[in-house]
Write a new protein. Structure first.
Length: 353
């Protein structure tokens, strides 16, 4: 089969690799219908995260179950499934507490499972899914092709944006600021609107992303950054600051912006993968009673409720995909996102261009 490997900075190759097979009775094999490139995939692509050897890459996919291990009970052959970006058993104490990303037996796509067996990356034609019962979520029926992007968004970015909103305690009537206009930030806007926020300020300098933010529910857009951005938000909000700030970037500057735009007593929900040494200003947090919560999103915990809204047509997070390419052109997908020509690029193994 074909799969995407990263060999080093800006060196993405689609190569022939061995077909996966059932290795454990809790495994299933999934034929990938769609996968995508994540903003966090750009860290190794840009050389920020060092690579020691060629590595399978990708952690978001949807597809069809083609083979089922003997102990699997929750999915069956022919099911269309969504795979969260983390593998979990669904039964350990952390999974039972809803923190699936801290599963005692968990694994990551492109790595190894608890038995030392390699796990396929998502950007390929097929994937062996360990612990399928705890990981995969099946739709009730095979979706229309037009629904696939929104279902794929549930594997990471929509659940991650929702986690930011939940961590910041967004509720009906909240005033919200979203720092970051990538796919996660845009989904955070959508999540805040879904939870009933009254006013949502999207911080964005890009017209195409501003348009989607407004479509998703943003009432205001601030293009400034740094202290100028903080001042602009306070001007918009009559000097009060926001009830909830959703930090969706992961840099020192983005965290400073998030803390700076929160009102006294406000909350920051952070989901940006830490990069560039984010720091917390404890004195300001102490003085103004600003709380910070969040982290890596336990997407599996949110999948069922978000899936219901996608199926009902209430939310369309798939709008964040603005470029679709065949799997064979994965290198072009990475370049497009690295050069900010694409918000998020969807890859289809069966597409030919």
């Amino acid at each position: 089969m074909l799969a995407t490997l990263i060999h080093g900075p800006r060196d993405i190759r689609v190569e022939d690799v061995p077909d996966p097979e059932i290795r454990r009775p809790t495994d299933v094999l999934v034929r990938v219908v769609a996968s995508c490139v994540c903003g966090s995939d750009l860290w190794p692509y840009r050389g920020i995260t060092p690579m020691k050897k060629p590595t399978r890459i990708g952690h978001e996919f949807v597809g069809t179950v083609e083979e089922v291990g003997s102990d699997v009970r929750s999915v069956r052959r022919g099911d269309f499934v969504i795979a969260p970006f983390a593998i979990s058993d669904g039964t350990c104490v952390h999974c039972r507490n809803g923190v699936y990303t801290s599963c005692e037996h968990g694994a990551w796509w492109g790595g190894k499972d608890e038995y030392g067996l390699p796990v396929d990356g998502a950007q390929g034609e097929w994937v062996r899914v360990p612990m399928a019962d705890g990981t995969l979520v099946a739709t009730l029926e095979t979706p229309d092709n037009g629904l696939v992007p929104s279902l794929l968004a549930l594997s990471d970015v929509m659940g991650t944006g929702h986690h930011a909103a939940v961590s910041a305690e967004v509720r009906a009537g909240s005033t919200v600021v979203v720092v970051g206009d990538g796919a996660v930030g845009l989904c955070a806007v959508l999540a805040a609107a879904r939870l009933g926020a009254e006013r949502i300020v999207a911080m964005s300098r890009h017209a195409d992303r501003q348009a989607i933010a407004r479509e998703f529910g943003a009432t205001d857009v601030v293009a400034e950054r740094g202290q100028a951005g903080i001042a602009a938000v306070h001007d918009l909000l009559s000097g009060m600051g926001a009830d909830a700030v959703l930090e969706c970037v992961g840099t020192k500057a983005s965290m400073e912006q998030a803390i700076g735009t929160a009102r006294p007593g406000g909350r920051v929900g952070f989901v940006g993968v830490p990069n560039g040494g984010p720091e917390l200003p404890l004195q300001k947090m102490f003085d103004d009673n600003i709380s910070v919560g969040g982290g890596v999103a336990p997407v599996r915990a949110y999948l069922d409720e978000l899936l219901s809204d996608v199926i009902a047509g209430t939310i369309r997070p798939g709008r964040v995909f603005d470029l679709e390419l065949p799997l064979k052109r994965a290198a072009d997908a990475y370049r497009a996102m690295d050069e900010r020509r694409s918000i998020k690029t969807l890859l289809r193994p069966d597409l030919t261009l």
